[in-house]
Write a protein that binds this ligand. Structure first.
Ligand SMILES: [Zn+2]
Length: 317
């Protein structure tokens, strides 16, 4: 049966009716409100809009932040405070009239790639999404690894540099603080001031350099921008080497906006994994760009709505 996946992001809410085969039948997008009351109302509206005319068995919300699965609640969400502490299941189920669960957005996107994308041929997948922050998820033996409370799989917050830059989570030197789009922008601005004659340096005179600017200039061959991505890929690889050693995945899929830099980041990341991870895990893991793009959250959440516990379809296919 169809299910609805809702990706609740920092700037927009995307809801979609999804078939068991991963086809999105109808989709709706709304801006994310900043108050809790309006956030709940907008999610309900998005679900009602896409549900119209379709037979649907359940809904899963993919939300940013640390969740307590048993309470269906987000306890900490630095990029979306409006969702913190809101009893989403209790508030939304009566309005929607369908069973509802919540899942961390990185976990949901990982599940999307596992069911329908870069991990569909394998049972062991590590998915890392590089955007404003870094999220991700781990699937092992075909099961989504959530940990004891549902807040596991926070791949962006492993420490890779003990005295590194401060992270949004409060720690120093998290992978997120060194390899996210935000980190690329910060490093890009530093390198721009060190190398004023580079294209990166010239852009910095005109306006604030962002992560996507660095990628764009690197793709045009600017050495300064290329060096920032090389450095980013090295940090990413240090993180991935740890994941490869711990989880022994068949595929490591890299998603999110930063993945557009492709080989400009992945080459350095693979080199680092080769240096730091151990065989046989190191030799098995295929590190590649994820295949679903921004739809992975909606697709994964919808698939999880069918069975939030083990990932197998409960509602029939
Ligand atoms: Zn952190």
């Amino acid at each position: 049966m169809n299910a609805i996946g809702v990706d609740v992001g920092g700037t927009k809410i995307a809801a979609g009716v999804v078939t068991p085969q991963g086809e999105i039948l109808k989709e709706a997008r709304y801006p994310t409100p900043t108050s809790s009351g309006r956030l709940v109302a907008s999610i309900a509206r998005a679900v009602a809009e896409v549900r119209d005319g379709f037979e649907v068995g359940g809904v899963c919300l993919a939300v940013p932040g640390l969740i307590l699965a048993q309470e269906n609640k987000v306890v900490f969400s630095p990029n979306l405070h409006a969702v913190e502490g809101v009893p989403l299941k209790k508030e939304l189920e009566p309005r929607i009239g369908l069973p509802l669960t919540i899942e961390n957005d990185g976990n949901a996107a990982a599940w999307g790639e596992f069911r329908f994308g870069a991990g569909r041929e394998v049972d062991h997948l590590v998915f890392v999404t590089l955007g404003t922050g870094i999220g991700g998820g781990v699937i092992t033996h075909g099961i989504l690894m959530r940990g004891a409370q549902g807040s596991g799989g926070e791949l962006g917050h492993v420490t890779v540099h003990a005295t590194g830059p401060r992270c949004a989570c409060g720690n120093h030197g998290c992978l997120e603080a060194l390899a996210s789009g935000t980190a690329i922008g910060r490093r890009g601005r530093e390198v721009a001031s060190e190398r004023p004659a580079s294209a990166l340096g010239r852009l910095a005179v005109e306006r604030k350099v962002l992560g996507e600017d660095v990628t764009e200039l690197a793709q045009k061959g600017d050495e300064a921008a290329l060096s920032v991505l090389e450095e980013t890929g090295t940090w990413l690889g240090i993180g991935l080497a740890g994941f490869v050693n711990v989880f022994n995945p068949e595929v490591v899929a890299i998603g999110g906006g930063v993945a557009k830099a492709g080989e400009l980041i992945l080459e350095a990341a693979r080199r680092e994994v080769h240096l730091r991870a151990r065989p046989p895990s190191r030799d098995l893991a295929e590190i590649k760009v994820a295949s679903l793009g921004p739809e992975s959250g909606v697709l994964g959440a919808a698939a999880l709505a069918r069975d939030p516990s083990s990932g197998e379809y409960l509602l029939g296919s």
